[in-house]
Write a protein that binds this ligand. Sequence first.
Ligand SMILES: Cc1cc2nc3c(=O)[nH]c(=O)nc-3n(C[C@H](O)[C@H](O)[C@H](O)COP(=O)(O)OP(=O)(O)OC[C@H]3O[C@@H](n4cnc5c(N)ncnc54)[C@H](O)[C@@H]3O)c2cc1C
Length: 418
Amino acid sequence: MKRIVVVGAGAAGMMAALTAAKAGADVTLIEKNEKPGKKIYITGKGRCNVTNDCDADSFFNNIVSNPKFMYSAFYGFDNVSVMELIKDNGCALKTERGGRVFPVSDHSSDIIRCFERMLKLAGVDIRYNVTADKLLIRDNTCYGIAIYKGKDHEDIKADAVILATGGLSYPSTGSTGDGLRMAEKCGHKITECKPALVPFNIKEEWVKELQGLSLKNVSLEMTCGKKTIYKGFGEMMFTHFGVTGPLILSASSYYSAFRTKKKETNEAIKLNLDLKNALSEEQLDKRIIRDFEKYNNKQFRNSLSDLLPSSMIPVIVKLSGIDPEKQVNLVSREERLKLVDLLKGLELTVIGTRDFNEAIITQGGVSVKNINPSTMGSKIIDNLYFCGEMIDVDALTGGFNLQIAWSTGHLAGEEAAV
Ligand SMILES: Cc1cc2nc3c(=O)[nH]c(=O)nc-3n(C[C@H](O)[C@H](O)[C@H](O)COP(=O)(O)OP(=O)(O)OC[C@H]3O[C@@H](n4cnc5c(N)ncnc54)[C@H](O)[C@@H]3O)c2cc1C
């Protein structure tokens, strides 16, 4: 019987341990926290968006870094497989808008409990409050792992070790990069790790005045000079430091990927917001003319209440350069067209992203060049496997990142047990 140690009881590690045990291996799962799945617990705002009920093409289209690396893992154990596994083991699921799959109970803890039950049934030995410290390696072959619990140190011998220690985001959940350091130490390249699915810090001071304002149906284009880095549509929110919300989080993943590729660029990265996406410039101008006619005797600053949320009016008035006290029927065509331009292209300058404490995902990690995509095995060290967020693969929101963890965890567990 093969002896396997899995490090990390997150989504990827639990799936790897379960699969290896079901394949007949003797599996020990090591977790430095006092319980499994601390990160799963906070996913999907506590509801756990477990996967996405989409077709294979949509799954790959939602992966930002290295989608091709995921082919074998996903086709071997896809979103349908994970939904069946969870449902067959006592946790009912439902699908919401955009194919997002959640437990019917809306409690992420039910997903964790479902895995705990399955691990127990499969006979996995789980050891909590135990930290993996060092891979045991001889002749480029991994033969176990050095661990510690408090002051007690121990070497656990194994036929294979699966690292599933996560990335660097939300370190309070246990993902502090230990596995990345272990992998680097034995020769794996770690591609630069950056926060992704993360809010932006914005240069313009006026964003602070809009703190708390949420906008729906915004169209966003992120540019660097003439290059478009990302285009999207959706919901966003202003904060005391900049912007956040689903649209912004998606943009941040492409921002981080762009910064990794184009380190040397000094050119500013801009977000251009179209606040009136449903209207062409001409239609918007007509709409403004109508509003100006309606508020004919009012000052400019009192003429925009049908067009904009009230907290936004003082900011837009200031940015338009039009005298706020000006009688609205005296606003010139030129001034009006400038207002149209502003509403169709409100420009924000990105200073950078927030840090890993606020990032849903880590972009970067163990280079996919050092991992065999058909097995998740290291190409450098025999009997060593990787899965989950520690690999340089990341996706947009919608359940895709957990699916990466399930698929790669399943493949690593299956192959390590052979
Ligand atoms: C706020 C938030 C919300 C999210 N929501 C969603 C969502 O709804 N849907 C979705 O698809 N994705 C979501 N994600 C992303 C998703 O949670 C992760 O991609 C996924 O959980 C990664 O799983 P993992 O097993 O690779 O790593 P992790 O979940 O990070 O697990 C790694 C485990 O390894 C343990 N560990 C680390 N080092 C050691 C060591 N030296 N010894 C022993 N144990 C160790 C850690 O304690 C941890 O338990 C969210 C992320 C965050 C932060």
